[in-house]
Write a protein that binds this ligand. Structure first.
Ligand SMILES: Cc1cc2nc3c(=O)[nH]c(=O)nc-3n(C[C@H](O)[C@H](O)[C@H](O)COP(=O)(O)OP(=O)(O)OC[C@H]3O[C@@H](n4cnc5c(N)ncnc54)[C@H](O)[C@@H]3O)c2cc1C
Length: 407
């Protein structure tokens, strides 16, 4: 077992499974691997799991049930999804209901459940490198409390360190950082409640800046605040991004809390990934998961579900493949790709198609709002779609293309 907190670990410990990062991917992998009887150690760079995560923290319908998480995590149930097109028109799409939470609660709870299942979570542990040697993966990390480097050997390793992940050379490729988005969000705390509808709605806004940059903005309600933020592909100077967010928040305010006093505002920013799923998901006995594997829906930034599911698949493969860690990692890559690559690649293509002619957002959103089955089938994962769903989806895609091209 990993050494108890407070005890100095030996220069080279050995466990079954090392997980890097304690976000939804890492915590789920750790919880389920430990529950399956694997000695599991999570290396997390932060002092407190989840405390620094910047996120709108919208969850898809059924998330808590799927991952056996307490419903008390949920701040608001959101049966409305409101999509705002480039002209600022609102389209209401049937949805879920989805849910909102905060990442300090979600990641904190997931981490606590992983601990309860028997995983060791070592905070202040900054991952530096991993290499395979003699059938083991050797992970090196910096213990930032003690100021020393340490090493731990494992049969398998899952790298789940999010959007800022640096991949080992075998998984790295030239366009690794392509698709990174810069985001900025404010938590708006109000003296009184905003309009009631705000607490039942996830808002997503798609528009261009005056300089022609494509923005995705959001308003996600929480128990005690509203999360209002935006993201842009690539980099944008801080002052420009802040001015854009100020203007966006004003527009949200004019609809949802025009005459309510704002008691405080907390600003936070982070990178988000909105590019293609990564082509290589495992090498030898090392796997990558969650956002580090590029598993984010480029149309709306959803990545928590994909991350947690990648952690679950990793844990199952490592537990089943105890005797052959390389085969376990290869199986993980196959299963993960089969589950997500097609759908998420389609989302990137759709997003790029919409961005080229912003009026297309309105065309798509009108169709989604007026055709509930289209919205429903689009929200399903590939494996959930029946043959009838697929045929229907192709029909709707053709209808959308015809309308978008003005045929
Ligand atoms: C502004 C914003 C809004 C978002 N909104 C939503 C949303 O509403 N719904 C949704 O589903 N998704 C949303 N996402 C995406 C979502 O946050 C990610 O897809 C999800 O967090 C991915 O989980 P993960 O476990 O892969 O990585 P993360 O959640 O990023 O976790 C990575 C963990 O690894 C740790 N770490 C990083 N580097 C190291 C290192 N070198 N050593 C050790 N530990 C390390 C980090 O501290 C962190 O704890 C949003 C993202 C952003 C930026």
């Amino acid at each position: 077992m990993p050494p108890a907190p407070g005890r100095t670990p030996p220069a080279m410990e050995s466990v079954d499974f090392v997980v890097v990062g304690c976000g939804p991917a890492g915590a789920t992998a750790a919880r389920e691997a430990a529950a399956a009887g694997l000695e599991t150690l999570v290396l997390e760079k932060d002092a407190v799991v989840g405390a620094k995560r910047v996120c709108a923290a919208g969850l898809r319908p059924g998330f808590c049930e799927t991952f056996d998480l307490p419903r008390s995590l949920v701040h608001c149930d959101t049966p409305r999804l409101a999509l705002f097109d480039d002209a600022g028109r609102e389209h209401e799409v049937p949805f879920g209901p989805g849910h909102t939470t905060t990442r300090e609660e979600l990641d904190g709870t997931m981490g606590a459940l992983a601990r309860r299942a028997g995983a060791g979570i070592r905070t202040h542990a900054l991952f530096r490198s991993v290499e395979s040697a003699g059938g083991r993966a050797i992970v090196e990390y910096a213990d930032t409390t003690a100021g020393v480097r340490r090493r731990v050997a494992a049969r398998n390793v899952l790298l789940a360190s999010g959007a800022t992940a640096v991949a080992p050379p075998a998984l790295q490729y030239a366009r690794w950082t392509e698709g990174l988005m810069t985001t900025l969000q404010v938590r708006v705390y109000l003296a009184q409640a905003a309009a009631e509808i705000a607490y039942r709605t996830l808002e997503l806004h798609y528009y261009r800046t005056a300089a022609g940059r494509q923005i995705v903005g959001w308003m996600f309600p929480k128990r005690d605040h509203l999360a209002v933020g935006l993201g842009v592909l690539g980099k944008m100077p801080g002052a420009e991004l802040r001015a854009e967010l100020t203007a966006f928040e004003r527009r949200v305010r004019s609809r949802l809390y025009p005459s309510v006093e704002i008691t405080s505002v907390k600003e936070e920013g982070h990178l988000l990934y909105g590019g293609w799923p990564r082509p290589a998901l495992a090498h030898e006995n090392v796997m990558i998961g969650g956002t580090a594997a590029g598993l984010v829906d480029a149309t709306n930034g959803e990545g928590i579900f994909e991350a947690a599911m990648s952690g679950r698949i990793a844990a199952a493969c490592v537990a089943e493949g105890r005797l052959d860690p390389v085969r376990a990692a290869a199986r993980y890559a196959r299963l993960l790709s089969a589950r997500f690559t097609r759908r998420l690649s389609h989302r990137v293509k759709l997003m790029r198609f919409l961005e080229r002619v912003p009026a297309r957002y309105g065309v798509l959103f009108e169709q989604l709002a007026s055709t509930p089955r289209f919205a429903d089938v689009l929200q399903k994962e590939d494996w959930q779609r029946t043959m009838g769903d697929r045929v229907y989806l192709y029909g709707q895609a053709l209808r959308f293309a015809a309308r978008a091209f003005g045929w």
